[in-house]
Design a protein around this ligand. Sequence first.
Ligand SMILES: *Cc1c(COP(=O)(O)O)cnc(C)c1O
Length: 386
Amino acid sequence: MKKETLLATSATGSDTHRGAVNVPPYRASTILFPNLAEFEKADLGQSPHPSYGRFGTPSTEALEQAIAALEGADHSIVTASGLSAIAVSLFAFLNSGDHLLMVDSVYGPTRRLCDYELKRLGIETTYYNPEIGAGISAMIRENTKVVFVESPGSLTFEMQDIPAISKAAHAKGVIVVADNTWATPIYIDPFALGIDISVHSATKYINGHSDVMMGVISCKEEHFKKLQLTFRNFGMCPSGDNCYLALRGLRTLSVRMKQHYENGVAVARWLQGRPEVAQVLHPALPGSPGHDIWKRDFTGAASLFSIILKKNYPHKSLAAMMDGLEYFGMGYSWGGFESLLITTHPEKIRTSNKWEHEGNVLRIHVGLENTDDLIADLENGFGRLG
Ligand SMILES: *Cc1c(COP(=O)(O)O)cnc(C)c1O
């Protein structure tokens, strides 16, 4: 079954909810058992259904089933945020004294999780160059347990050679955890590329409407028990209402992504022709860094990318440009229906190799508006930049 068909047919409520197409939002803490025998079975972890609201409800299970089917996973676990999905994935496989290889272009809060929480517990992180490929092998130590990839990085958009990295990691018994938020389950098949654990911030495109915080972890059978145990111990559960909303968003993921892909490329191409722009960092554009890897491993692209300006414009000019934009909001997150534009500062973050560009870096999320309107808005903005 193709992904579009899976989206329309997975985890509907028709068998279990008297024909209703959608599984309703369950609000539950206490789950009652019919008798002592059933209660005791749940106590021993032998009940087929979650025994407490924190462990999930039919709303949670429906969303998990739909995402697992889409990713080709044996199991998915939904969590309270993308960051909590990352935290569970790292804590499940790392112990005190272990070593983690983390991509240098990683999402900022993931970096802080490593630099504060993991470090505090005696887990060492080494940041590696995103373009390292099979060279990762030389950085794997005796105590390395996890290689974490995020391709492309969500500020600077380097593509990673995930099959080469996975091969090198597996040769030394190391597992690969991937943040696949950018690609979404529509444009990447994580397990075919060698990824062991696929993580998403469902806050972004999966929910797609800028009104839910949620995360997803998907895996094959061999890693499920460990992940489920850590997930349950941390108590990072999403609400039934949010699971309902995220599943509602998921139903239209493939059509939304088609439009995001098209809109993103249209705006990126226009930006390539602007005299103020030194470089457009969009993996789907021929000539962009990592384009060949993107073409080999992905089946489409998100509408999140960055541009590097030709020079470092004074703060006043940048404010004039950005404050006057009509359709591009200034705010964190992305993957909703609306366009966004923010400044970023990779030169302050990177450690594996220096960020060599001089000009301002702007990150753009292209929403579902008409691209003629968006381009006119940006054109006026460049006029104000001076
Ligand atoms: C937003 C984001 C996260 C974190 O997700 P939240 O749902 O905001 O916690 C993780 N990774 C990437 C790439 C993101 O963009």
